[in-house]
Design a protein around this ligand. Structure first.
Ligand code: FES
Length: 512
């Protein structure tokens, strides 16, 4: 595994290839020079937050971005960075749940997001390895082929350039393949880092290591509390996936972990395309030159956060990769988090009337680079009072009681189960001595459930395993050395510090 000394931090223990390209943002101004009042405050400096702030700053708004970690700390630093005009919610699903017109709009919005990225790259001369390639989706059995034919037909109806193909560009046998023209890939931290620099050069402010603990509405202004300071603005954008606190979105989006490997091959047989199978969970393939070395990027084995064994997921992914590729070495392996929306489409834009100057962007599924960019445009337009043609389609206040209903029930049953079973389930008493170094467990100790962790030096720490968000019990993620909440995807480092919302507080430390 790569272990560069200086890397961009991420909300995970494993290292993605993007982190070794430092995006040192020369944005941190002396504290005294940062004003308290802004037009817009954006919480979160991933692709969504930075794109939103840049578009608004360009339009003359004075923006402040508050980031709990560093720029790209969250999923932007751990994405596999695919740029697509077809999505995890397929066009047949969108047609059936939202109608044919909506499917066309989703297709158009994806193309527009691709165009925004291309335009920002051109305008700011961004060197981010942006490349356009064909994208292939392939089936491996009759059932998948039937679905693939439906995807082909619905994609064409939505106005996407796609056709049946003779190849899938992989050594993986296939039944049928289709080729989407003009898909893309880039280096996400080079891209977002450059946009952040552009934002600062236009007079915007980015404040890193700035955890937002609360906001209040005072005299029509949003007051945002961030450690020892309070900032205010007319508009507040939560570009943090799920907005903090317990909101409807805690129940409308389910958090998932996704696993990725970057491997050096013995025979140089790298795919010159972006390729996806149709398995459940699916696998995807592409290649990228990182530090002068071409690597195969292969991902998949996704599962709901806090539910499966992350180390097992990495092992299955590696086994799958080795089945088809002659791998010389695995250079990087990493995981990151995304959110599946209950009806398939992201929630982007202004919240309902009662919170009308608050904006969110979440539920991007595995298509965060495209929907994060699109969210930047939709929210920037709304704040400027410009009509955006996609605002209604993606509105967070939509109610789709039928669409995605079975998934909704499944996700929420699961959340409810954790609320109850985690509290009262009979967890086996674990002796502290059973813990291996680098391992964490939920154990009962003197009648109390504890989250126990033994570090590499053998020192044991104990935390309350009760997630401060809504009271679910966290699980240990060995691969990422974190405590992950199975309910809404909150994550905490081994000291209990929150590294991924919606929780706003750390796990409580317990003295044992
Ligand atoms: Fe909601 Fe933990 S993230 S209960």
């Amino acid at each position: 595994m790569k272990n560069t000394k200086e890397i961009n931090p991420r909300d995970s223990y494993t290292q993605s290839p993007w982190q070794s390209t430092l995006t040192a943002i020369s944005s941190t101004r002396p504290e005294a020079e940062v004003n308290d009042e802004f037009d817009v405050i954006v919480v979160g400096a991933g692709i969504t937050g930075i794109t939103t702030a840049l578009l608004l700053q360009k339009a003359g708004k004075n923006c402040l971005v508050l980031e709990a970690g560093k720029v790209g700390f969250g999923t932007t630093g751990g994405t596999s960075a695919h740029l697509n005009t077809f999505f995890d919610a397929t066009y047949p699903e969108i047609e059936s749940d939202f109608g044919a017109q909506a499917a066309k709009q989703v297709a158009d919005s994806g193309k527009d997001a691709m165009a925004i990225i291309a335009e920002l790259v051109r305008e700011y001369g961004v060197d981010c390895d942006l490349e356009y390639k064909d994208g292939y989706l392939f089936s491996e059995n009759e059932k998948e082929t039937e679905q693939l034919r439906e995807i082909l037909a619905a994609s064409l109806r939505a106005g996407i350039a796609v056709a049946e193909a003779e190849t899938n560009e992989l050594p993986v046998p296939f039944d049928m393949a289709i080729r989407f023209a003009q898909q893309g890939q880039f280096h996400p931290l080079k891209y977002v880092g450059a946009l952040a620099e552009a934002l600062v050069s236009l007079g915007g402010t980015i404040r890193e290591d700035s955890f937002v603990s609360a906001h209040n509405v005072v005299d029509g202004l949003m007051e945002v509390i961030c450690a020892e300071r309070t900032f205010s603005a007319k508009h507040l954008v939560y570009a943090t996936h799920i907005p903090p606190g317990i909101t409807a979105f805690s129940f409308r989006c389910a958090p998932y972990r996704s696993y990725v490997l970057a491997a050096k091959l013995k025979n140089g047989n790298y795919p010159d395309a972006l390729v996806y199978d149709m398995q459940e969970p699916y696998h995807y393939f592409r290649s990228h030159v990182i530090d002068g070395e071409q690597l195969l990027i292969i991902g998949g084995e996704d599962h709901k956060t806090g539910h499966d064994d992350p180390e097992g997921a990495f092992a299955r992914l590696e086994e799958y990769a080795r089945k088809y590729y002659n791998i010389e070495s695995i250079v990087y392996k990493w995981s990151s988090q995304y959110y599946i929306p209950v009806d398939g489409l992201p929630y982007i834009g202004r919240l309902a009337a009662s919170q009308e100057n608050t904006y969110i962007a979440t539920g991007f599924n595995g298509n965060g680079m495209i929907f994060g960019t699109l969210a930047g445009k939709i929210i920037a337009d709304q704040i400027q009072g410009i009509d955006n043609q996609y605002a209604d389609l993606y509105t967070p206040s939509r109610l789709k009681p039928v669409a995605g209903f079975s998934e909704f029930v499944k996700e929420n049953t699961d959340v409810a189960w954790h609320f109850i079973a985690d509290r009262f389930g009979a967890e086996e008493l674990k002796k502290l001595s059973e813990l291996k170094r680098g391992e964490g467990k939920i154990a009962e100790f003197k009648g109390e459930k504890l989250a126990i962790y033994k570090d590499l030096q053998g020192k044991v720490t104990a935390l309350s395993p009760v997630c401060p968000h809504a009271g679910c019990i966290v699980n240990f993620n060995m691969a990422e050395q974190s405590w992950d909440c199975p309910c809404h995807g909150g994550r905490f480092d081994i000291s209990g510090k929150v590294i991924c919302g919606p929780p706003r507080e750390d796990l409580t430390r317990i003295t044992i």
